[in-house]
Ligand binder design. Structure first.
Ligand code: PMP
Length: 353
C-alpha cells in the first residue's frame, strides 16, 4: 500500500513470546517470574487514589528514580526510567549510535538489538561466539565500533560473565560505550551497576519484569554517568514525555525497596534452576550453565521445533527460534517446582517413547 513507509515495509519486527489468554498452559516461554510480586505492590494498589490519574505523571519519574537510586546505591541523576527495558534499549540507539557510529553485539544474543538497529539505521557488527555458547570478549574488544550491546547473562543461552571479567573488558575499551543489558542479572548477582561510578563508558540496563515479577507493569531503567542519562532523556523527550505512568511509578518505587522479599524470590528461582538443569542433563540434554531464570536446552532426541510442538501438545509452552544454531534448542523458563516437574514428566515420556 502506497501509504506505508519504505522503512515500515522493510523492517522485520521482533516477535514476542506467545501470551495465550484463557488457555491453560504451563507457561515457561517468556521468562516471567513464577512467584508473585512483593506484597507491598498490593498495598500500593489498594491505597492508590484514581483521582490522581487526572493529571499527567511526573515526566522525570523523580520518585521512582530516587527509590531505584537508593536500592542501587547511586545518585538519582544516574538513573533513567522507561516503559520496560525494551524501550530503554530502543532509546539507546538514537541516543548513542548513528549512521556512521556503528554498534556491535555478539552473534548469539537478544534478537531485539538488530531490530532496533535496523529501525534506527544503525550499522552493526556481530561477533562470533567462542565454543558456541560463550561471548568472545577479545574479539568484541578488537571489533571497530562506537559501542556495544551485551546481554549479561546472555539471552537465550543464560551464560553469565562475572563482574571482574566484565570490569577488565570495560577497561580495555575506554573509548567505546558498553551497554550491559542486565535483564537477568539479579539471578546471577554479579551486576556491574557499582562500576558506573568509575567507568564513564558503562550503561547498565535493568528491568522490573523478571526478578521483581512485574512484567505486566512495564518498567525498566538504565544506570550510568549523568551525561549518558541526559542523552537518554533527550531521546525520550523526542518521543514520549511520559513513558512511566503514575501507577507504574508508585508500584515500582515500592517493589524496588522490598529487598528481603526480592532476595527470597531470587533464591527460590536459583534453587529450582539448578535442580531442573541437573534433571535435564541426566536425561541427556545439552544445557549450558545458566546464570539467569531460564535454561537453554537441546540436542536431545529431536530438534528444538519438534520439542516445542511436543511440549505444546502436552500443555507446556517453551520458546523456540527457527534460526541457525538456535533451532537445535528450546529456552525453558524456570517455573515453580510443580511446573518444572510437569515439564520433566513430559520429557521423560518422550525419552521413553
Ligand atoms: N533484555 C533481554 C535480554 C530480555 O530477554 C528482555 C525480555 N524479553 C528484555 C531485555 C526486555 O524486558 P522488558 O521490556 O520486559 O523490561
Amino acid at each position: 500500500m502506497q501509504f506505508i513507509s519504505k522503512k515500515a515495509r522493510a523492517v522485520t519486527p521482533y516477535t514476542a513470546g506467545e501470551q495465550p489468554r484463557g488457555a491453560q498452559f504451563i507457561k515457561l516461554n517468556t521468562n516471567e517470574n513464577p512467584y508473585p510480586p512483593s506484597p507491598r505492590v498490593k498495598a500500593v494498589l489498594d491505597a492508590f487514589d484514581p483521582a490522581g490519574l487526572r493529571r499527567y505523571p511526573d515526566p522525570a519519574s523523580g520518585r521512582l528514580r530516587a527509590a531505584i537510586a537508593q536500592a542501587e546505591g547511586v545518585s538519582p541523576d544516574c538513573v533513567f526510567c522507561g516503559n520496560g527495558s525494551d524501550e530503554v534499549l530502543a532509546l539507546c540507539f538514537p541516543a548513542f549510535f548513528g549512521a556512521d557510529e556503528p554498534a556491535c553485539f555478539p552473534a548469539v544474543t537478544y534478537t531485539f538489538y538488530d531490530v532496533f538497529a535496523h529501525l534506527f539505521d544503525v550499522p552493526f557488527a556481530r561477533v562470533p561466539m567462542r565454543e558456541e555458547f560463550y561471548l568472545d570478549l577479545d574479539r568484541l574488544a578488537d571489533t571497530p565500533c562506537k559501542g556495544y550491546l551485551i546481554a549479561n547473562p546472555n539471552a537465550p543461552t543464560g551464560v553469565g560473565i562475572g563482574r571482574e571479567e566484565m570490569a577488565a573488558f570495560l577497561a580495555r575499551v575506554p573509548e567505546k560505550l558498553v551497554i550491559l543489558d542486565e535483564a537477568y542479572m539479579d539471578f546471577f548477582g554479579q551486576s556491574c551497576a557499582p562500576l558506573i561510578k568509575t567507568c564513564r563508558n558503562l550503561l547498565v540496563v535493568k528491568t522490573f519484569s523478571k526478578s521483581y515479577a512485574l512484567a505486566g507493569i512495564r518498567c525498566g531503567y538504565a544506570l550510568g554517568d549523568p551525561a549518558l542519562i541526559d542523552a537518554l532523556t533527550r531521546a525520550k523527550d523526542c518521543f514520549n514525555s511520559y513513558p512511566v505512568d503514575a501507577l507504574c511509578e508508585a508500584v515500582c518505587a515500592a517493589a524496588v525497596l522490598d529487598r528481603d522479599y526480592y532476595a527470597g524470590t531470587l533464591a527460590r528461582v536459583r534453587e529450582e534452576r539448578e535442580r531442573l538443569r541437573g534433571e535435564l542433563l541426566a536425561l541427556g540434554f545439552t544445557v549450558p550453565e545458566s546464570a539467569a531464570n531460564f535454561l537453554f536446552a537441546g540436542r536431545f532426541k529431536a530438534d528444538g521445533g519438534t520439542l516445542y510442538r511436543y511440549l505444546k501438545e502436552h500443555g507446556i509452552l517453551v520458546r523456540f527460534w527457527d534460526k541457525p544454531f538456535l533451532r537445535d534448542f528450546v529456552r525453558i523458563t524456570v517455573g515453580t517446582r510443580e511446573e518444572n516437574d510437569a515439564l520433566l514428566a513430559a520429557l521423560r515420556a518422550l525419552a521413553a517413547g
